[in-house]
Design a protein around this ligand. Structure first.
Ligand SMILES: [Fe+2]
Ligand SMILES: [Fe+2]
Length: 170
């Protein structure tokens, strides 16, 4: 079988193997963050009790689909960069702050947990964007679009928190 030549330029070039592998590792971390966020948002869109929780629940229900879409984008990019999307046994949970609260009417706990998760994503995605500068503009472009979604999520939940703070409930 004839060998195909690899790309001479760009992140797929042989010269960029080490950089590419570093990006793949960062993408794997991003992938797991999205997967865990999907789990946490399902949990926290079902558990809360009370009239006040309704807005938060509906907002999280919408976000689940978006976060799942992010996970799929990160997975696809891992493959494009010659990586392998990890299996579930490689998963290590980190979102201690999004575990169910003691009382299911404690919606402030959920709001603060979501802000923490979104902030973590924002920080990691900014690191990827900076790392990709001048070396992988395709990954950078993708992550910039995802970052905008996370900034939107964070801002929305900051707004919810402000309302609770204004009422002396947070
Ligand atoms: Fe996301
Ligand atoms: Fe998000």
């Amino acid at each position: 079988m004839a060998t195909v030549r690899s790309a001479a330029q760009g992140i797929l070039a042989d010269d960029n193997t080490e950089t590419r592998e570093q990006i793949v590792e960062m993408l794997k971390k991003a992938y797991w963050m999205e997967i865990e966020t999907v789990m946490s948002y399902i949990t926290n869109s079902i558990n809360p009790d009370g009239v006040r929780a309704q807005e938060i629940v509906e907002s999280l229900q919408q976000d689940i689909q978006e976060e799942l879409g992010h996970a799929q984008q990160f997975a696809a990019r891992i493959k494009e960069l010659y990586g392998v999307v990890p299996g579930s046994l490689d998963f290590t949970p980190e979102q201690s702050y999004l575990q169910p609260p003691e009382h299911q009417t404690d919606i402030v706990h959920v709001i603060k947990g979501v802000i923490e998760a979104e902030t973590g994503a924002i920080e990691h995605y900014n690191r990827i964007i900076e790392f990709c500068d001048d070396v992988d503009l395709v990954t950078q472009d993708m992550v910039i679009a995802i970052l905008r979604d996370e900034e939107g999520h964070r801002r929305l939940f900051e707004g919810y928190l402000r309302e609770y703070e204004a009422e002396g409930l947070a």
